[in-house]
Design a protein around this ligand. Structure first.
Ligand code: HEM
Length: 199
């Protein structure tokens, strides 16, 4: 049965269930809402985002439709925050990324990247309030699909709904999503842009 907003596909339910704790853990450690968070901290964080998204999107290759590319928006934001093209080229890139060998793995990685555009709407508004940034001067990445955010998400859910229903393929998708969250969190930690593990 095709997925619809009223009937999430079994794969979507498994992805939500499998990554709920990962999302909670990362959200709790991201500093966007910390009292000390300022423009310099935002720039450092976005540089670390770039170091993860640029190589991961390159790995996704043809599995990701070109219109979903998010690295160009990150580049624009870093330029708006006064990094030169040479500065951006010199940013460290994450090497410990999930492997992507097939559609099942690609869907898991994409679930994380596409889902983050939903939370991105919250972050775009928060950064406008806290730092006075807007998509034209520093938050293009968090608003990468603009008014089409919901539409792009639904189209991604359609693709998820058409995925193989073989249990091994579904397990591989959930595993890839978990690994994506974990490698992102480890990378951000290594770049020193996260808060402490709560508790
Ligand atoms: C402080 C940072 C974050 C906040 C406040 C946040 C907030 C949210 C919110 C409110 C939603 C639900 C949106 C909706 O249902 O319309 C969401 C969904 C999601 N977020 Fe985040 N998020 C954050 C960081 C991230 C990061 C860094 C990632 C991944 C790299 C991520 C991945 C996802 C995914 C995959 C979903 C989709 C869940 C689903 O509907 O299946 N989020 N986030």
């Amino acid at each position: 049965m095709p997925a619809s907003p009223s009937s999430p596909s079994p794969l979507l339910l498994a992805l939500r269930e499998g990554t709920r704790d990962c999302h909670k853990s990362l959200e709790a450690r991201l500093p966007f809402f910390a009292a000390s968070f300022d423009a310099a901290a935002y720039s450092r964080l976005l540089q670390a985002y770039y170091g993860f998204h640029a190589p991961l999107e390159a790995r996704l290759g043809d599995y990701q439709e070109p219109m979903r590319a998010k690295t160009p928006a990150l580049t624009l934001d870093l330029q708006a925050l006064h990094l030169s093209a040479a500065d951006i080229d010199a940013l460290p890139l994450c090497q410990a990324l999930p492997g992507i060998n097939d559609e099942a793995g690609a869907l898991g990685v994409m679930y994380v990247l596409e889902g983050s555009t939903l939370g991105g709407q919250v972050l775009k508004r928060a950064m406008a309030e806290r730092l006075g940034l807007d998509p034209a001067n520093g938050t293009a990445f968090f608003d990468v699909y603009g008014a089409r955010t919901g539409d792009y998400w639904r189209r991604f859910l359609d693709r998820l709904g058409q995925a193989s229903s073989a249990p091994a393929a579904q397990a591989a998708t959930v595993q890839a999503a978990i690994e994506t969250f974990q490698s992102f969190e480890r990378w951000l930690e290594q770049r020193n842009v996260l808060g402490q593990i709560p508790g």
